[in-house]
Design a protein around this ligand. Structure first.
Ligand code: ASP
Ligand code: MG
Length: 429
């Protein structure tokens, strides 16, 4: 008998039949004698639909009210799932995030979990109930208002609850059989990765792999919660995301191949744009002032490139990438300091994509960068920007080249599977 937290994503509970199917699966886990906490996402594309609706009513919805609206999506699926379980003879209780004790900061739309007070959940578990918690939401410690944790954050709710109730592991049920070497919607012959370290998964999630929410992986790493990403549409084993020491241990025991793959996966992100500050005086402190202005707007930037000074002119161009949604704010902030700094102009390019190869194996294998760039060159793809970490190489390419770049890298690192990857459901929206 174990205590487990299972999270079901929106595509797993898209309609009434799917909710009943998921309920059967949960009932089986419960009948096996486990304590079960379920975290549930809104049905199908409900969150997007609620957002569209809000924008039709109000072009700039008030953030508190938007959270009131969006949290109803998860509340619907939680209540419906509880009904389905009760009909199967399994006692179940649904809770909102607030009722479940998910305490957050007050930042509407992007609140962070500060604490979980799982008193009610633990009591319900003791009484034999399956506990169903509405994902992606909590209650602000200060204002007592309902908050949301950011798009895709039901994963984070699940891992945080797993840590709070002392679960052995957290299962994330989705519409694919785990984490793949690339998005199976882009690379048809992507392969399931059986195990990943928290570090690799963090890099993949940060670079646009949507299968797990970034903060969920951060949480799992700091609380040492093993994650099992798997499909709710099959019984297949998925991907375990665990500490590297556990992976090394399994290698020594011989239940994982001794040889570490060089590249574990390829992620891509088309949600960023590139700002270029043109003709920046090449003097000490100018770059600092530019990025201070961006930081003051609380905008996170990603890659930065500064060109060599144009000969004799003492001016340079500085480019950086940022979430497309922040571009207007960043340009306004820069325009305000243009006269003071004396740069010549601003340009913005939205038609870019970032492609990243990730793997702990590159620490010990020289030449990974060369192979990656070779593959892109052979595919006739120009690199616009480059950045690296110890276990990642990222490039920015034109958006139209992204799919070809991913495919080229996937083949070059011999990640292609014999068979096509299965995508069971979901619009990938
Ligand atoms: N329903 C929310 C979203 O679509 C949260 C989640 O699914 O994790 O972003
Ligand atoms: Mg998700």
């Amino acid at each position: 008998m174990a205590r487990v937290v299972q999270k079901f994503g929106g595509s797993s509970v898209a309609d009434a039949e799917s909710i009943q199917r998921v309920a059967e699966r949960i009932a089986a886990t419960k009948r096996d004698g486990n304590d079960v906490v379920i975290v549930i996402s809104a049905m199908g594309d409900t969150t997007d639909e609620l957002l569209d609706l809000a924008l039709r009513v109000s072009p700039h919805p008030q953030p508190r009210e938007l959270d009131m609206l969006l949290t109803t999506g998860e509340r619907q699926s939680a209540a419906l799932l509880a009904m389905a379980l009760i009909d199967l003879g399994v006692p179940a209780l649904s809770y909102t995030g607030s009722q479940a004790g998910v305490i957050t900061t007050g930042t509407h739309g992007n609140a962070r979990i500060i604490d979980i007070t799982p008193g009610r959940i633990l009591t319900s578990l003791d009484e034999g109930d399956v506990v169903i918690v509405a994902g992606f939401q909590g209650v602000s410690q200060d204002t007592k208002d309902v908050t949301t944790l950011g798009r895709g954050a039901s994963d984070t709710t699940a891992v945080a609850l797993a840590a709070a109730v002392g679960a052995q592991y957290c299962e994330i049920y989705t519409d694919v059989d785990g984490v793949f070497t690339a998005d199976p919607r882009v690379v048809t012959h992507a392969k399931r990765v059986p195990v990943l370290s928290y570090e690799e998964m963090l890099e993949l999630a940060a670079c646009g792999a949507k299968v797990l929410h970034l903060r969920c992986v951060e949480y799992a790493r700091s609380e040492r919660v093993p994650i099992h990403v798997r499909s709710s549409f099959s019984e297949n084993p998925g991907t375990w995301v665990v500490d590297q020491t556990i992976i090394d241990q399994h290698r020594r025991q011989g239940d994982l191949p001794v040889e570490q793959a060089i590249i574990s996966g390829i992620a891509h992100d088309a949600s960023e744009g590139k700002v270029t500050v043109i003709g920046v005086p090449d003097t000490i402190g100018t770059a600092a002032r530019i990025f201070r202005a961006i930081a003051d707007e609380e905008i996170n930037i990603d890659m930065i490139v500064q060109n060599v000074s144009r000969a004799g002119l003492g001016r340079t161009d500085i480019s950086f990438t940022l979430p497309h949604s922040e571009a207007a704010k960043a340009r306004d902030a820069l325009k305000r300091i243009q006269a003071e700094i004396g740069f010549e102009g601003l340009a913005y390019n939205q038609d870019i994509a970032k492609v990243s190869v990730v793997g702990v194996g590159m620490r010990t294998h020289p030449g990974v960068t060369a192979s990656f760039f070779d593959a892109l060159a052979k595919a006739d793809i120009n690199l616009d920007m480059i950045s690296t970490s110890e276990i990642r190489i990222s490039v920015v390419v034109a958006a139209k080249d992204a799919a070809r770049a991913i495919q080229a890298a996937h083949s070059a690192f011999q990640l292609d599977a014999q068979t096509e990857a299965v995508v069971y459901a979901g619009t990938g929206r």
